[in-house]
Design a protein around this ligand. Structure first.
Ligand code: GLU
Length: 409
C-alpha cells in the first residue's frame, strides 16, 4: 500500500524509473531475536524489527509498536510514511518504525520490561541520538520509553534522554507530548470544518480507536464544541446520537483497561460505526479500515486520519470518484502532531533547556497550520487529492535532498 501510494505520487511528479528505487527502498532493515525469561520460569523468543527508511536529512525518527500482527513489511511501510510525514512538516529527520510481534496486554509488566530492554540492547549498533530516535506507537507508552532510555543510558554510562522521545516528563520528556497527536487531530478537524463552512459547535464526530490518539482527539474535539456520538476500541463500539459522556467512558476505560461493558443501551456494530452519519470520522486505530467496500458508504464531511494508513488506495479512488464530498485530512498530516512534538522534545533534550506547555502547543499548531496550507494549495494547483498533494510535498523534499547530496562514492 505504501509502495502503491509512492508510485502514484512518483507518476504525478513524472519521476523517472531509475530515480524511484533510491526513494522507495528502506536504507536499513533489522530483524532481531529477543529471548526473555518469563514469569512462569519458561524462556520465550520474540521477534523484533526496525526499519530506517532514509538517512539523508538527519537521524531517522519513528515509533516502536508492540502488537501481535507486527511484520517486517508493516514496519517498512510505516517507516516510509514517517519519511513523508517528517518531510511534509519540515522536520530534519528521515522516517523509521520499529516493532515487536507480541501482545503486551497478555504479558506480565516485568516481561514487557525485559523485552523492551533486550530489544534496546539488540538495537545499540543501529541507533543513537544522531542516528535513529524511537518514540511510542501502538502498544507502547511512556514507561516503555523510560526503560528504553535507561537501558541505552546504562550502556553509555550517563543519562542520554535524547535517545528516545515520548518519555515521562521527569526523565526529560516534554510537556504536551502525550496529548500532541490527538491535539493535532482536533486542531486540523476544526480548520477543515472552517473551510467547509460547518460550525464546530454542535458538529458530530465518531472516533474509531480509543488509545492515546483517539481518546485525546475526542476530548480535544469536545473542548472545541464538537459532540462525540460514536467510539470504539478492539473490544466494543458505542453509538449515541445525543452524545457520549467522555468522563464516564474514560473512567470505565481506566478501570477495566478497555471499553467493553461501558453501556448496554449504546452498543453498536464496530464495522457499521464507520458508515454512520456524522460530520467528522476519525479512524485512530489500525491500518486499512476504510477500503473499497465501505468507502462509498461513508457519510462524514471530514475524514481525519488519526491512524497511519487507515485508507486503502482502492478506497482513495472511490473517494475521488465521489467528487470530493469528503474532505480528507491525510494521515501524514493529520497525526503529525506526535512527531512534531517529539522533535521539540529532542531539541529540548539536546539543549537541556525546557519549554512551557503553552509554547509547545503554540509551535505545534503553527507547524500544522503551515503544513495544511501547503497541502491545500498544492491540491488546488495540481488538481489532485489532499493525500497525493501531501505526499508530493514530502517526496519532493526528500528527492531534492537526495539529489543535492549525490551518490557516494
Ligand atoms: N508513532 C508516532 C507516529 O506514527 C510518533 C513517532 C515519533 O514521535 O517519533 O507518527
Amino acid at each position: 500500500m505504501a509502495c502503491q501510494q509512492f508510485d502514484t505520487v512518483a507518476d504525478h511528479l513524472q519521476m523517472s524509473e531509475s530515480e524511484r528505487p533510491r526513494l522507495k527502498y528502506p536504507k536499513r532493515s533489522v530483524i532481531v531475536s529477543l529471548p526473555i525469561n518469563c514469569e512462569d520460569g519458561s524462556t520465550k523468543v520474540y521477534t523484533g524489527f526496525r526499519v530506517q527508511h532514509h538517512l539523508t536529512l538527519g537521524p531517522t525518527k519513528g515509533g516502536l509498536r508492540f502488537h501481535p500482527d507486527v511484520t517486517l513489511g508493516e514496519v517498512a511501510a510505516l517507516a516510509m510514511w514517517m519519511s513523508w510525514k517528517c518531510a511534509l512538516t519540515g522536520l530534519p529527520y528521515g522516517g523509521a518504525k520499529g516493532g515487536i510481534a507480541c501482545d503486551p496486554h497478555r504479558m506480565m509488566p516485568r516481561e514487557v520490561e525485559r523485552l523492551t530492554r533486550r530489544y534496546t540492547q539488540e538495537m545499540i549498533p543501529f541507533i543513537g541520538p544522531q542516528i535513529d530516535v524511537m518514540a511510542p506507537d501502538m502498544g507502547t507508552n511512556e514507561q516503555v520509553m523510560a526503560w528504553f532510555m535507561d537501558t541505552y543510558s546504562m550502556y553509555r554510562g550517563g543519562a542520554v534522554p535524547e535517545i528516545v522521545t515520548g518519555k515521562p516528563v521527569e526523565l526529560g520528556g516534554t510537556l504536551g507530548r502525550r496529548e500532541a497527536t490527538g491535539r493535532g487531530v482536533a486542531f486540523l478537524v476544526a480548520r477543515a470544518l472552517e473551510r467547509l463552512g460547518v460550525k464546530a459547535g454542535g458538529a458530530t464526530a465518531i472516533v474509531q480507536g480509543y488509545g492515546n490518539v483517539g481518546a485525546i482527539a475526542a476530548r480535544e474535539m469536545v473542548s472545541r464544541g464538537l459532540k462525540i456520538i460514536g467510539v470504539s476500541d478492539h473490544t466494543a463500539a458505542f453509538h449515541d446520537p445525543a452524545g457520549l459522556d467522555l468522563d464516564a467512558l474514560d473512567a470505565h476505560a481506566a478501570k477495566t483497561g478497555a471499553l467493553r461493558g461501558f453501556s448496554s443501551e449504546a452498543l453498536a456494530d464496530p464495522a457499521g460505526l464507520l458508515t454512520l452519519k456524522c460530520d467528522v470520522l476519525v479512524p485512530a486505530a489500525v491500518e486499512r479500515v476504510i477500503d473499497a467496500r465501505n468507502a462509498g458508504e461513508l457519510k462524514c464531511r471530514v475524514l481525519a486520519e488519526g491512524a497511519n494508513g487507515p485508507t486503502t488506495p482502492e478506497a482513495d479512488l472511490v473517494l475521488e470518484r465521489r467528487g470530493g464530498d469528503v474532505f480528507v485530512i491525510p494521515d501524514i498530516l493529520c497525526n503529525a502532531g506526535g512527531v512534531i512534538v517529539s522533535y521539540f522534545e529532542w531539541v529540548q533534550d539536546l539543549q537541556q533547556y525546557y519549554w512551557g506547555e503553552a509554547e509547545v502547543n503554540e509551535r505545534l499548531y503553527k507547524a500544522l497550520d503551515r503544513s495544511l496550507g501547503l497541502v491545500e494549495a498544492r491540491a488546488r494547483k495540481d488538481g489532485v487529492s489532499n493525500r497525493t498533494a501531501a505526499m508530493a510535498i514530502g517526496v519532493e523534499r526528500v528527492r531534492k535532498a537526495v539529489g543535492l547530496r549525490g551518490l557516494f562514492p
